[in-house]
Design a protein around this ligand. Structure first.
Ligand code: NAD
Length: 468
């Protein structure tokens, strides 16, 4: 059967564009359809531009305690418009980078909105072209990598209005620095924006329905994060469910319910960060018989949807909603399509929150291990006794590790502190290689580094810690 392409990928986020590159490497004639910007949310409206903002906030915060390092400057200041423009510039640079990669790998970029119809080898893709008109193409396989968007809860006013009630997009392109801010939700998005705006001096209150902030993290990490953020002047309302949000005369007014009591909070602006929902609409998935569960496409271990030739990867295929999970799934899916049996490897997925301090984790939390009835050995090491951390004046936080009691396998690592979003990768490699405490103990860690705390935490789990 003649086809226009071997593979069409719908969506060019970190799932889709990485899948397209791998397909091209494997010799598949590939096209990618994008309705907005190459690079998706990650490069244009998520991971990357927020890291640029957070860096500005971090540098500014450092300036406020230069005296600790024997340094001084006259009155530190910032130009908010320039902070935002730097972040947009970084996003533009990476967006251009994806365009370059598509050309380099001879991947045809089709600008427009795709939908699916019954086809031959796979569903046929109809594209309403940005330039006008439609184009219909048939490929051997189709990967849906359409991602997700900010969740709105209209019934209680949790909907961005592009002015005072912000979604993450508004929050990263604000025209002016707000004096006061309410952040609804203490997941990665809420905490990162709260951290950024607080670093630049806004009065920020984070409202979280669960009984602790960063509720997916280990309880000890949540507790330490809470204290560290409070020390920086962030305010929190945990166990507080937002029941209403609306514009007021000069800002926003929020009602919440905590311990059975209703309360009202006001501020200049609010950020809605109560999760995300998959982009499944308008694709024609239902008509093709694609199974949808809790708002996302149900897939098998290769991304297969059960419909011949149709695959789904990344956010649209369910949690965890992380760029690196999408890329990983994309590569795996394409290798399967190309008939190259992907090597089955245990691949744990790390999670990172780039606030100040940073949070990073992989594998089981202590609470999850307990819930599974799994016996674990736990080790901890605080940065306050790590030489490099003391020399750097960055002693907040700790490393916590969990080993299976019977086998010694590393089953979880939870870190909070300076630079831990880079350090976590050491534990991710160890878990992927199915390392036990023996390999980690035998690993030589460079001195002086913050990473030595990883070694010490491992030693601590077995009663052999050296520097406490
Ligand atoms: P989230 O689901 O992680 O957190 C949302 C929080 O809002 C939850 O803790 C929830 O309890 C709370 N909430 C919901 N309704 C509420 C209400 N009415 N009142 C008070 N609190 C309420 O979602 P997110 O932070 O919006 O992030 C979305 C996804 O994007 C997540 O899966 C996250 O992992 C991912 N992400 C990752 C990064 C990163 O890796 N650094 C950054 C941004 C986003």
């Amino acid at each position: 059967m003649a086809v226009d392409f071997d593979l069409i990928v719908i969506g060019s986020g970190p799932g889709g564009y990485v899948a397209a590159i791998r397909a091209s490497q494997l010799g598949l004639k590939t096209a990618i359809v994008e309705r907005e910007n190459l690079g998706g949310i990650c490069l244009n409206w998520g991971c990357i531009p927020t890291k640029a903002l957070l860096k500005s906030g971090e540098v500014f915060e450092k300036l406020s305690h230069l005296g600790d390092y024997g340094l001084s400057v006259d009155k530190p200041a910032f130009d908010f418009a320039k902070v935002v423009e730097r972040s947009r510039g970084v996003a533009r640079q990476l967006n251009g980078g994806v365009g370059f990669l598509m050309k380099k790998h001879k991947i045809e970029v089709i600008e427009g909105v795709a939908s699916l119809q019954k086809g031959t080898t796979a569903p046929r893709v109809q594209i309403a072209l940005k330039a006008g008109g439609t184009r219909t193409v048939q490929a051997g396989s189709v990967i849906v990598a359409t991602g997700a968007r900010a969740k709105a809860i209209p019934a209680i006013g949790l909907v961005g209005d592009g002015d005072r009630i912000w979604t993450y997009r508004d929050a990263m392109t604000a025209k002016a620095m707000p004096k006061s801010l309410l952040v609804i939700g203490s997941g990665a998005i809420g905490i990162e924006f709260a951290s950024f705006y607080r670093a630049l001096g806004a009065e920020v209150t984070v409202i979280e329905a669960m009984d602790r902030i960063l509720p997916v993290e280990d309880e000890e990490v949540s507790a330490t994060a809470l204290k560290a953020f409070q020390k920086r002047g962030l305010k929190f309302r945990v166990g507080a469910r937002v029941t209403g949000l609306a514009r007021s005369a000069d800002g926003v007014s929020l009602t919440l319910e905590a311990a059975g009591k209703a309360e009202t909070l006001t501020a200049e602006r609010a950020i809605v960060a109560v999760g995300i929902e998959a982009n499944i609409e308008g694709l024609g998935l239902e008509a093709l018989g694609v199974k949808i569960d809790r708002g996302h496409v149900v897939t098998d271990s290769h991304g297969g949807t059960g419909v011949a030739g149709l695959y789904a990867i990344g956010d649209v295929a369910g949690p965890p909603w992380l760029a690196h999970k999408a890329s990983h799934e994309g590569i795996h899916c394409v290798e399967h399509i190309a008939g190259k049996a992907p090597v089955k490897i245990h691949s744990p997925i790390p999670g990172c929150t780039y606030a100040q301090p940073q949070v990073a984790s992989v594998g089981l939390t202590e609470q999850a291990a307990r819930a599974e009835g799994r016996k674990v050995k736990i080790g901890r090491f605080p940065f306050r006794v790590n030489g490099k951390a003391i020399a750097s004046g960055e002693t907040e936080g700790f490393v916590k590790v969990l080993f299976d009691d019977a086998t010694g396998a590393l089953v979880g690592a939870h870190l909070i502190g300076e630079g831990v979003t880079e350090m976590i990768q050491g534990f991710v490699v160890a878990m992927t290689l199915e390392a036990t405490e023996a390999e980690l103990m035998a690993t030589v860690f460079a001195h002086p580094t913050l990473s030595e705390a990883m070694h010490e935490a491992t030693l601590d789990a077995y009663g052999m810690v050296l520097h406490i």
